[in-house]
Every structure is written in C-alpha cells, then in structure tokens.
Design a protein around this ligand. Structure first.
Ligand SMILES: Cc1cc2nc3c(=O)[nH]c(=O)nc-3n(C[C@H](O)[C@H](O)[C@H](O)COP(=O)(O)O)c2cc1C
Length: 190
C-alpha cells in the first residue's frame, strides 16, 4: 500500500511546531570515517516536508563523519516513554538561509555557546572558563554574529518508524519507507 503524505501528517501531530521554544531532543547516530558507529543527543531545530534539521559545529566529530558518510539515523523519545520515532536517512548541509535563521532564533546562551564551544576552551579550569564566558558576553552586549563554524544539516528520511505504547495492548510500530511514488506502510510488532 502506498500512502503519499501520511508520515508528515503524523510528524506534525507528534512533534512540537517549529516555533515552539521547547525543542525535542533526538539521538543522532553516525558512522565515523573509520566505520565505527557513534551517537549523541542534539536538538531538533525544525522539520518540513523534506526532513529534519539540526545544527552544530562544522569542526565537530559528527560533521566530519557526515561528510565522509552521510548515512545517519535519528531516534526521538517524545513525549517521554510514550512514543518513539526512528528515522533512517541521509544528511546534507542545509541551505545557508535556514542555517542563519536558526542561529538568529537561538537563545543568547546557545548563540554564545556556538562561539565558545572549542577544544581550547574545554581545557581551561572552571574559573577561567566562567571568567572568559562573562567577558565574552560583556564584549558582545549588542548581540552575537553568526560564527563561521555554525552549520546545519537536513536529514532526508528514507525510513520512518513510529512506535506507540498502549497500556491495554501490545506496543506496535508503523513503518514508512520512501519509494519513488510515495511511502509504503507496514505494521510491525513493537
Ligand atoms: C540535551 C542536549 C542537547 C544537545 N543539543 C546539541 C545540538 O543541538 N547541537 C550540537 O552540536 N550539540 C548538542 N549537544 C551536545 C552533543 O550531544 C555532543 O556532545 C556534541 O555536539 C559533540 O558531539 P560530537 O563530538 O559527536 O560531534 C546536546 C547535548 C545534550 C545533552
């Protein structure tokens, strides 16, 4: 059975709208250039009918992994313990305008973090890190420009699996796979 848009309708029901300040967390799994799996939590910045966007440091390990191998997986547990969405797909660099808009929408803390989340900064003792943080904030009272290493990725899904719990029945999954004509759907045990 092929269903053209159904997974995106479900996504819109499951995840908070893009403007909602409460952003879902997702586990982002990647494969390193030497073929080892890796995973970490990132925020879902936004989604649209092309896929899921997250933002990070272009110099990070995850960015290097994606450049070498764009195959990624995402796992959302949202809201806690009642629904799980697992996505398989390929990541590509998001459009520059999208990357810039998300930076502007981030809180001042997260905007500053994009500047100061460096290897050198991580080596400093806590007191020095806090002093450096405060002086950087004071010297940018007018706001933060977008740093050069701020980057965003769009994950275009090839498979999306929705897991739902049911206290009165077994959990189950509804799995959508992308085809040239739309999405195939299958029901699987949880
Ligand atoms: C709740 C939570 C949200 C996070 N959100 C992001 C994010 O949106 N982008 C990001 O680059 N790192 C985020 N991090 C930090 C990453 O988990 C990770 O430690 C960092 O990006 C370095 O990952 P890498 O070395 O695998 O590239 C978040 C961590 C937590 C615990």
């Amino acid at each position: 059975m092929t269903e053209p848009n159904q997974p995106w309708q479900l996504i819109a029901e499951w995840l908070p709208a893009n403007g909602d300040p409460e952003r879902p967390q997702m586990t982002l799994a990647t494969v390193s250039p030497s073929g080892e799996p890796d995973a970490r939590t990132v925020l879902l910045s936004e989604f649209d009918s092309q896929g899921f966007y997250f933002h990070t440091d272009a110099l990070s390990r995850k960015a290097a992994s994606i450049v070498a191998n764009p195959a990624v997986a995402l796992s959302f547990l949202w809201p806690a313990f009642t629904r799980q969405l697992v996505v398989q797909g390929r990541a590509e660099v998001a459009p520059a305008a999208e990357i810039a808009a998300v930076y502007r929408s981030r809180s001042p803390y997260l905007q500053q973090l994009a500047w100061q989340n460096t290897f050198e900064f991580a080596q400093l003792p806590d007191e020095e890190r806090r002093a450096s943080w405060a002086s950087f904030a004071a010297s940018h009272a007018e706001g933060f420009a977008q740093p050069d290493n701020w980057i965003g990725f769009l994950v275009r899904p090839s498979r999306m699996t929705f897991w739902t719990s049911d206290p009165e029945a077994a959990s189950r999954r509804t799995e959508y796979r992308a085809t040239s004509g739309g999405w195939t759907v299958a029901h699987l045990p949880g």
